[in-house]
Design a protein around this ligand. Structure first.
Ligand SMILES: *Cc1c(COP(=O)(O)O)cnc(C)c1O
Length: 362
């Protein structure tokens, strides 16, 4: 029996277990010194050059980041439709309207031309997603934002360590959010890290995170409890010491797949971009679902579809816009395993399976 190759696998070791135990023994479980240390270490590790604020998920990071940047009812924020629902959800939760724009045919990220066409007098910001770990076109989007006096909000949930022209993602916008969900490139169990451009946004984020208080019983705004616990932060701090090696392994795995897969277009990397391969996504123009099923049933290989239903077609949003590249990507995208625990045998099995099935299907 061939062992199943999962599409993702969180890596938790003795060091993470020991760190959790240390916190449990301390008796101080909620947000405390571990969270503070994690915020500082995260910013330094990824060279963000700005403050970071830890929260309990990537989604709440996006939500609080938007609130702290002044986004609210009546505003529009331009988002891709080809992304995880958290992107549009976070905008809608502020009372603002997510406006869906199409993606580039090559890198699956927001198309600057499509964004420009979607700008109205209500637009206050653009939320690019560094999808699959590839940086969005921040040069063009940044220039566009400047020309129209818009803010940039980065959804870097999948892109820890990705960069463009030497600048790390998460340091281009008013804020940038990294998710720490178990299947992301590093985890804290659940969690999110928000990198912030200004002390004002940072202060508001810290207020919203904790009931609107900086000092107890001196509430300044209506706030949430979106704090990270010290238990989660302790896991994240250990993962920070491992994530670079995992990223290198992801990049090596991607290089192997790209060199050996036949008849499929490898995921492109823009000039000056560092891709951290949260996903390794190919296009399967004919019968993608059949290929995914055959990989699983005949070769015991898991794969993923991120995302088969574009956000503009989800029930809570359901808007009638024509996004041809989004529609095409949703029908064709297939993510092959690329995670750091793949062995050389696993990689060869994936290559053989995809090449054989692609040939049989042609
Ligand atoms: C995972 C993810 C999020 C949300 O992060 P959570 O930590 O799961 O809340 C947001 N955007 C994208 C693109 C994601 O992949």
């Amino acid at each position: 029996m061939t062992e199943f190759i999962p599409p993702a696998r969180p890596l938790i070791g003795e060091e993470e277990r020991a760190a959790v135990d240390r916190v449990l023994r301390s008796g101080m479980l909620a947000q405390g010194p571990e969270v503070k240390a994690f915020e500082e270490e995260f910013s330094a590790h990824f060279g963000l050059g700005r403050s970071c604020v830890a929260v309990n998920s990537g989604t709440s990071g996006l939500h609080l980041g938007l609130l702290s940047s002044g986004v609210g009812p009546g505003d529009e924020v331009i988002v891709p439709s080809f992304t995880f629902a958290a992107t549009a959800n976070s905008v809608a939760l502020t009372g603002a309207t997510p406006v869906f724009a199409d993606i580039n045919a090559d890198d699956f990220c927001l198309s600057p031309a499509a964004v420009e066409a979607a700008i109205t007098e209500r637009t206050v910001g653009i939320m690019p997603v560094h999808l699959y770990g590839h940086p969005a076109d921040m040069r063009s989007l940044g220039a566009l934002a400047e020309r129209h006096e818009l803010q940039i909000f980065e959804d870097a949930a999948q892109a820890h360590g990705a960069s463009l022209g030497g600048t790390p993602v998460g340091s281009f916008g008013s804020f940038g959010v990294f998710s720490l969900y178990p299947t992301k490139n590093m985890t804290s169990g659940e969690g999110g890290m928000v990198s912030v451009a200004t002390p004002e946004i940072e202060r508001k984020l810290r207020l919203y995170r904790n009931q609107g208080m900086e000092q107890q019983y001196k509430n300044e705004v209506v706030g949430f409890n979106n704090r990270m616990t010290d238990i989660h932060a302790a896991i994240g701090r250990v993962q920070l010491t491992k994530v670079d090696a995992w990223t290198r392994q992801r990049q090596e795995n991607a290089a192997f797949l790209s060199a050996n897969l036949e008849g499929v277009t490898p995921p492109p990397v823009a000039p000056g971009a560092v891709h951290v391969y949260h996903q390794y996504t190919i296009r399967v123009p004919q019968d993608r679902d059949g290929l995914a099923k055959a990989l699983r049933d005949e070769y015991s290989i898991g794969s993923g579809m991120f995302y088969p239903v574009p956000n503009h077609q989800l029930a809570p949003f359901a808007v009638d816009v024509d996004l041809p590249e989004t529609t095409r990507a949703a029908a064709e995208c297939l993510s092959l395993p690329v995670h750091p625990s793949l062995s050389r045998d696993d990689l060869e099995r994936i290559v053989t399976a995809v090449n054989t099935l692609a040939k049989a299907g042609a």
